[in-house]
Design a binder for this molecule. Structure first.
Ligand SMILES: [Fe+2]
Ligand SMILES: [Fe+2]
Length: 180
């Protein structure tokens, strides 16, 4: 169980993270990532939330543009197909999905240059051009670390489960559009 202090601290970070990314989190197209497994038993939606939240915390500590980090990381794997299927991608998934994710992200969201770079360069070194922005470097390394843990099915901490649950509860809150 989480200590009260830890829970209060996490709640405050989760609240700020949600405030910066809500337009993406509640978008029906973004939620389609739930349908696709990313690594092990983790779907693309939870993988993206995990990479985005951890990257956001690190970017904040490093005094980087943490809003772009959170939004860009949420969309870094927004390719929307089952990559385990041999013919699902145009070309080898590892080399092509960053561009596909960016294409999809531009269709549904207005992106900053930093967000574009985060999505497009996140597969370095498979996409060989090194990113110029430190925000993109943070996402590259967090994505690799989280992906490795998911692939090896390393058991996540209670704090991790709490973060994923809280953000998922926000994503699936009923939204009343009747007055808009
Ligand atoms: Fe990726
Ligand atoms: Fe990823």
């Amino acid at each position: 169980m989480l200590s009260v202090e830890k829970q209060i601290q996490l709640d405050s970070e989760i609240e700020q993270f949600i405030a910066l990314t809500a337009l993406i989190l509640v978008h029906p197209k973004f939620k389609e990532m739930r349908q696709f497994i990313q690594h092990g038993t983790i779907d693309c939606l939870d993988h993206s939330i995990s990479v985005a939240f951890h990257s956001y915390i690190i970017a904040k500590k490093l005094r980087l543009d943490y809003q772009s980090v959170a939004r860009g990381a949420l969309l870094h794997d927004f390719f929307l197909y089952d990559w385990h299927h041999p013919r699902a991608s145009e070309g080898l998934h590892g080399f092509t999905h960053a561009r596909k994710a960016l294409e999809n992200a531009e269709k549904y969201f207005t992106l900053s240059n930093t967000e574009r770079e985060i999505i497009l360069k996140h597969m370095w070194p498979l996409n060989p051009s090194l990113p110029r922005k430190r925000e993109a470097l943070v996402v590259i390394f967090v994505d690799k670390w989280i992906s490795l843990k998911e692939t090896l099915r390393i058991r996540e901490s209670i704090a991790y489960a709490y973060i994923i649950n809280q953000i998922n509860s926000f994503i699936y809150l009923p939204v009343d559009f009747s007055n808009t």
